[in-house]
Ligand binder design. Structure first.
Ligand code: 5GP
Length: 176
């Protein structure tokens, strides 16, 4: 498959995204009520969402970044997750908020949740994904918070790539 910019149809516009990210941040602000949060951003896809989201969060917050890879081909999950770079500080007793771009099969989310629970006794662990592709789920894992649900199409933009491209698009698009 090849994807060109002119082939893309907008699924969620810049304005829709801005509103939804703001709304999601308010829900998180209400939940944490000023308690300190360690936000763990999964690179590379979640970086755009994470930097937008955290600017609306009003509690004391630290950001950590980890890097995982799961996609075998450009558009199909390989069914396994590789931990490429997962150095984290001591998360014992902390409120940990994982920030992801999309939960697809759920394997990456499950890997991350299990990894944190196996290595730390956190105060709370919540999973916030920009997109939730519920229909593609292979393991029983669900984001605590998400901005939009998508059906089973390959989407790009707002951090999500196709062969490294399109992460900078301010909207979410898919091939027409
Ligand atoms: P999962 O482990 O849930 O199958 O997939 C997680 C990762 O696969 C996401 O973090 C994302 O990087 C990638 N992915 C899954 N679905 C899509 C999609 O529709 N578009 C893009 N660009 N990446 C996706």
């Amino acid at each position: 498959m090849e994807i060109k910019l002119e082939d893309l149809k907008v699924l969620f516009s810049k304005e829709q995204i801005e509103n939804k990210v703001h709304e999601t941040a308010q829900i998180l602000n209400d939940f944490y009520k000023g308690e300190e949060v360690i936000a763990v951003c999964a690179l590379k896809g979640a970086v755009v969402f994470a930097v937008d989201l955290v600017r609306h969060l009003n509690m004391p917050l630290k950001m950590e970044f980890i890097r995982l890879s799961s996609y075998g081909s450009s558009t199909q999950s390989s069914g396994k997750v590789n931990a490429v770079d997962i150095k984290l500080p001591d998360l014992n007793g902390k409120n940990v908020l994982i920030i992801e771009d999309i939960v697809d099969t759920g394997l990456t989310a499950k890997f991350l949740i299990d990894f944190i629970n196996m290595n730390f006794h956190v105060k709370s662990l919540k999973f916030c994904s920009f997109l939730d592709k519920k229909v593609a789920r292979k393991v029983d894992v669900h984001p605590d918070y998400y901005c939009f649900e998508v059906d089973d199409k390959f989407v790009v933009g707002y951090g999500l790539d196709y062969d490294g491209n399109f992460r900078n698009l301010p909207f979410i698009g898919y091939k027409k």
